[in-house]
Design a protein around this ligand. Structure first.
Ligand SMILES: [Zn+2]
Length: 262
């Protein structure tokens, strides 16, 4: 009984969000024009994405920092890219946080690491985005303009929104380790077997100085490799399928999408 009540309440909330947060056609078209990798998806995918965007915008709270104004255009640019990975998984995958903090440009963060001898090293890091467990998620609008169209010369893919939301999916099982929430230990082991193989090959390419489709930043750690691989999967799927087929298949199974087909 309670389950049915809850369902009805959720349906009601959804209907209200879809009505209140309906995305105007001109704004939607502007967003598609900005992100060719979204625009080329099927009509059915785009309809579902637009629906998810309305729900996402109703659920999340945007905060502009330092005078940065989060316009409808900015919020939809985030929503559309964030919702693409969860097109089949649903927005529950992002239920762990509400706030999205936005800066005009990269943020200088003060970092501290302790080395093996217990010596603390302080350094500064330029951040285009950051995902933390429980949120909020931080994004910078400036870096969001970079590298949106892979057809403009095939450099490595760069997409900060998909990158940070990939970290959110990675952390769903409680650890940022390159392994998202999977059904059971066997699935986790199989995942790691493929991902670590693909990572090893990728690191060899980076070390040899070759240009890789996946951002060479992925050589830093397995969890970063997962995040940059997800960027490539959505922004340049056909190219990723050519360059690292087992990785493409692994991600296609997880996201229940085959974007190279479209
Ligand atoms: Zn990262």
């Amino acid at each position: 009984m309670l389950g049915r009540l809850l369902e009805a309440w959720q349906r009601h909330r959804e209907a209200r969000a879809l009505r209140d947060r309906a995305i105007p056609e001109t704004l939607w078209q502007l967003t598609l024009a900005r992100y060719p990798f979204i625009a080329r998806r099927s009509a059915a995918d785009l309809a579902e994405l637009r629906r998810l965007c309305s729900l996402f915008l109703a659920e999340k709270e945007f905060h502009g920092v330092g005078g940065f104004e989060v316009t409808d255009e900015v919020a939809l640019a985030v929503a559309a890219q964030a919702c693409l990975p969860v097109l089949r998984l649903g927005l529950a995958a992002y239920a762990g946080f509400v706030g999205i903090v936005m800066h005009a440009d990269e943020v200088l963060a003060q970092r501290e690491v302790m080395d093996e001898d217990g010596v603390v090293h302080r350094y500064e890091e330029q951040l285009a985005g950051e995902a933390m467990e429980g949120g909020p998620l931080m994004l910078a609008w400036g870096p969001m303009q970079a590298g949106v169209d892979p057809t403009q010369g095939l450099d490595s893919i760069y997409n900060v929104v998909i990158h940070e939301f990939a970290h959110v999916l990675d952390m769903a099982d409680g650890a940022a380790d390159g392994v998202p929430l999977l059904p059971g230990l066997a699935a986790r082991e199989r995942w790691l077997a493929v991902l670590e193989d693909e990572w090893a090959w990728f690191c060899e390419q980076v070390d040899a100085g070759y240009t890789t489709l996946i951002d060479p930043y992925g050589a830093e750690a397995l969890e970063e490799f997962f995040a940059v691989a997800v960027e490539a999967f959505f922004v340049a799927p056909a190219e990723l399928r050519l360059e690292q087929p087992p990785l493409y298949t692994l991600l296609a199974e997880f996201f229940r999408q085959d974007p190279a087909q479209d």
